[in-house]
Design a protein around this ligand. Structure first.
Ligand code: CMP
Length: 139
C-alpha cells in the first residue's frame, strides 16, 4: 500500500551536516519527498508534537533537545513508507540499531538519535498535519 509518513532530521544530525546523507538513504530506498521544510521548533511546538510522551521521564529533556537547533521535517511517500522508514532508521537506541541504519551510522545517543519517523498509520495521521497543510504537499 502506498503510504505517507513523517520524518524529522533532528538537531544533532543537522548540526553534523548529514542532511544529504540521510535524504539519499530515503531516495535510494524508493521513498519520495512530497513535502519538506526547515525550521527551528519552539518548546511549545516540540511538546505538542511529542504529546504522547508527556508522562515519560525524558519528555522535558526531549523537548529541550528538539529546540536546540533547526530540524528538517519531511513527508515521505511510497510503498509501505512507514515500515520502510523505520527499517532505514534502525532502533531508537543507536547502540541497539542494526549496522548500516541511519541511527547506527549517525546518531549519538538514545535522545540525540538523528531522526524521527512515524511509528504507525495513526501516528502518521497525527504527525503529518501537525506540520503540513494539504496545500504544502505535492500530489
Ligand atoms: P523518537 O523516535 O523521535 O521518539 C521519541 C524520542 O524520545 C526518541 O526518538 C528519542 O529521541 C527520545 N528519547 C529519549 N530517551 C528515550 C528513551 N529512554 N526511550 C525512548 N525514547 C527516548
Amino acid at each position: 500500500m502506498i503510504e505517507r509518513t513523517l520524518s524529522i532530521i533532528k538537531p544533532d544530525a543537522v548540526s553534523k551536516n548529514v542532511i544529504g546523507d540521510i535524504i539519499r538513504r530515503f531516495e535510494q530506498a524508493g521513498l519520495k519527498i512530497v513535502g519538506i521544510q526547515m525550521r527551528h521548533l519552539t518548546k511549545k511546538e516540540a511538546e505538542g508534537f511529542y504529546y504522547v510522551h508527556r508522562e515519560r521521564p525524558f519528555f522535558n529533556s526531549l523537548a529541550t533537545f528538539m529546540t536546540s537547533g533547526p530540524v528538517v521535517i519531511m513527508v515521505l511517500e511510497g510503498e509501505g513508507a512507514i515500515a520502510k522508514n523505520r527499517a532505514l532508521m534502525g532502533a531508537t537506541d543507536p547502540k541497539k540499531a542494526d549496522k548500516g541504519t541511519i541511527r547506527a551510522d549517525l546518531a549519538d545517543s538514545i535522545e540525540a538519535n538523528a531522526v524521527h519517523g512515524s511509528d504507525s498509520p495513526a501516528s502518521a495521521a497525527f504527525e503529518i498535519p501537525f506540520f503540513f497543510s494539504q496545500l504544502d504537499l505535492v500530489r
